[in-house]
Design a protein around this ligand. Structure first.
Ligand code: SF4
Ligand code: SF4
Length: 326
């Protein structure tokens, strides 16, 4: 390997690749179910791509405009309180309604619930609480769409950082709300990963479906949003997954494939850890992701992300399918 340089361009990031494929870590081609492996964005010493991850994060930190939002002073919500000694007894119906109302009143744009599943937990971690409250916050699509991002044009990663912080504030407020009622609660916020894989939980909670670009398509916000979560033992009622018709749309759409600079998005679904699903080639994506300070071209250009469009597309696709079946 040649001497590594401070990465700025796609090929610079390739210099930091270990002698391995991220697609293997993610389980591409594996027919059996297994839990996801800790990978990007887990602590850099927890996986063999840690040096690459450090450089991908490091390029963002060369921008003061971005770094400001990831500093210790960034507004990421209140300090956590102690759990109250005695739990306030309420029905699951009342708890569910109250916690959703609270989250929506504290900067959340969507809040849904699902029950814990091994598919949501990274290998090597354990989570005991039975419920996951999933919170969605929307991004300013105009800022998200200021592409390609660079150290001179950091609007896109700044917006992403701001919304990660907002999502963190909501989940910490919700956590304190639950702790004050005497139940366990733990907040989970990005951008760094932890025990909880939020996207499959968000899909099962009914936020939307997986898009061809490998990100969630929300039924109202497309892919222009960020997630956070709270795990808890407060009695709750799970929401159900919902079909928003995006599967049919993705089957005949090429927009994200054409928008992806390195051609990382597969045309067809792939077998990944026992499930056939849309998948993005990690080894192609991540150097472009680094070069463009987070890239996001696929989610910004997805037609479902255009403000006000997702719900209309969903209605149209579901109506079309109903007509085809008649
Ligand atoms: S751009 Fe098109 S194919 Fe890609 S995720 Fe969005 S709807 Fe699906
Ligand atoms: S983040 Fe960029 S490189 Fe990665 S899949 Fe999306 S468009 Fe392609």
């Amino acid at each position: 390997m040649s001497e590594k340089k401070l990465p700025v361009l796609y090929d610079d990031f390739l210099e930091y690749f270990p002698d391995a494929s991220g697609n293997d870590v993610n389980g591409l081609g594996e027919a059996e179910f297994r839990q996801p492996s800790p990978f990007f964005w887990h602590p850099h010493d927890k996986h063999e791509f840690g040096e690459l991850q450090t450089e991908v994060v490091g390029i963002q930190r060369r921008s003061p405009a971005i770094t400001e939002h990831y500093s210790g002073d960034a507004p990421r919500g209140p300090k956590l309180i102690e759990k109250a000694a005695a739990a306030i007894k309420k029905s699951a119906t009342d708890c569910t309604a109250a916690v959703k109302k609270f989250a929506l009143a504290h900067e959340g744009d969507d809040v849904r619930i699902t029950d814990m599943d091994p598919n949501y937990i990274y290998e090597g971690y354990e989570l005991d609480d039975p419920w996951i409250i999933i919170i969605g916050v929307t991004m300013d699509h105009e800022e998200l769409n200021k592409l390609p991002a660079s150290l001179e044009n950091p609007a896109n990663p700044v917006e992403v950082a701001k919304q990660y912080n907002r999502a963190a504030r909501v989940c910490r407020e919700v956590t304190n709300y639950i702790l004050a009622q005497g139940y366990n609660a733990k907040p989970w916020a990005g951008p760094f990963a932890s025990a909880l894989s939020m996207m499959p939980a968000a899909i099962d909670s009914g936020m939307g479906t997986l898009g061809k670009h490998g990100s969630l398509i929300h039924g109202e916000y497309g892919s222009s949003f960020r997630l956070s979560a709270v795990t808890t033992d407060m009695p709750l009622i799970a929401d159900q997954p919902r079909d928003i018709g995006a599967e049919d749309f993705c089957a005949n759409c090429q927009i994200c494939i054409k928008a992806c600079p390195p051609g990382a998005i597969f045309e067809e679904k792939q077998m990944v850890r026992g499930v056939e699903k849309w998948f993005v080639d990690f080894d192609k994506c991540i150097p472009a992701f680094g070069e463009a300070l987070g890239c996001a071209a696929c989610i910004a250009k997805c037609p479902w992300s255009t403000p006000g469009r997702a719900a209309k597309l969903s209605e149209k696709m579901l109506n079309r399918r109903a007509l085809t079946r008649d």
